[in-house]
Ligand binder design. Structure first.
Ligand code: G4P
Length: 288
């Protein structure tokens, strides 16, 4: 998907995707869930765990090039404490991709041993790649599968068009059937997806969005804000902060007031293009 989008999630589509995923479950050994490393909570699908019926999930924290490296490491450590394998990847530059095969084989070592015991040596591990729109699933598959051509799968119970990719003798990947949705009923999730550009701005008020982003940045990265925009009164409320930032950039309208709409667009653009820094907006909550 090449464009940030504003998909409407209809109950009918969701039911279809659930059915399609359940149908492929018997064929796969694990799921690789691609998430956005800047928002590892909001970019997950809320139902994947139950849909995959206990199959191991390997988390791919993608877009690491735009995230805070320390926060990414902390997320990886956190998942480890939960018994989940996670790696940081950057599909734009190809970083971390070569860890994927070994991570899968380590996470599924029991499965490989089982195949060996049963004399099924050579049976490949089959992993479904899943994720909500815009996290980088296609970019990941392009990176890992390179030129390998998708082959059609015609087993019973599997819809035509399921895309399997052979990665090596021991590993095959399945592109997710259906489109997964985020936890869209949660307002914070919607805002965080909009901050990163995963959903379009116009569903939310730009100024409100910028004010909410500033609130978060002032608490997580105050020093990055001042490094980018100069000295600021960070104790002010977030709307006032937006006015301060706009003024610093000369975005003033008649009467000396800040053009807050321009300031809001500038802030969102500078966040998304990492001009303020590589910032992760969601941190590990060990109590969750
Ligand atoms: P999807 O299949 O999950 O919907 O996501 P897709 O691969 O289409 O990626 C969505 C956008 O995210 C694309 O940008 C893609 O280039 C970008 N992207 C994917 N992985 C990474 C990454 O690791 N780092 C960075 N910085 N960007 C990444 P786009 O602007 O929508 O399209 P385009 O710029 O590729 O034309």
């Amino acid at each position: 998907m090449s464009e940030a989008q504003n998909i409407q999630w209809f109950p009918g589509h969701m039911a279809k995707t659930r059915r399609q995923i359940k149908a492929v479950m018997p064929l796969i050994d694990a799921v690789a869930e691609v998430v956005d490393a800047r928002i590892p909570v909001s970019s997950r699908n809320p139902e994947l765990k139950s849909l995959t019926a206990g199959k191991p999930i390997i988390i791919l924290l993608n877009k690491c090039d735009m995230a805070d490296p320390k926060a990414t490491e902390e997320w990886i450590r956190y998942y480890k404490t939960k018994g989940i394998s996670a790696i940081g990847i950057d599909c734009k530059n190809g970083k971390g991709i070569n860890q994927f095969k070994d991570t899968v084989k380590t996470a599924l070592a029991d499965r490989l041993n089982y195949y060996a015991e049963k004399g099924m040596v050579g049976k490949p591990l089959r992993v479904m790649v899943a994720g909500i729109p815009n996290v980088g699933k296609s970019s990941f598959i392009n990176r890992i599968a390179g030129g390998s051509k998708a082959k059609a799968e015609n087993r019973p119970g599997v819809t035509r068009g399921n895309q399997w990719f052979t990665i090596d003798k021991q590993l095959e990947l399945l592109d997710t059937p259906g489109i997964l949705w985020p936890r869209f009923e949660d307002k914070t999730v919607g805002e965080h997806l909009a901050f990163t550009g995963a959903v379009k701005d116009r569903i939310l008020d730009t100024e409100l969005l910028a004010v909410r982003l500033l609130e978060l940045l002032a608490s997580l990265y105050p020093e990055k804000l001042t490094a980018r925009f100069g000295e600021l009164d960070l104790t002010a409320d977030s709307f006032d902060l937006l006015c301060q930032i706009g003024k610093k950039r000369g975005m003033v309208i008649r009467g000396g007031e800040t053009d807050t709409e321009r300031a809001a667009n500038m802030l969102l653009e500078e966040y998304r293009s990492c001009k303020i820094g590589n910032l992760t907006l969601e941190r590990v909550n060990y109590n969750a």
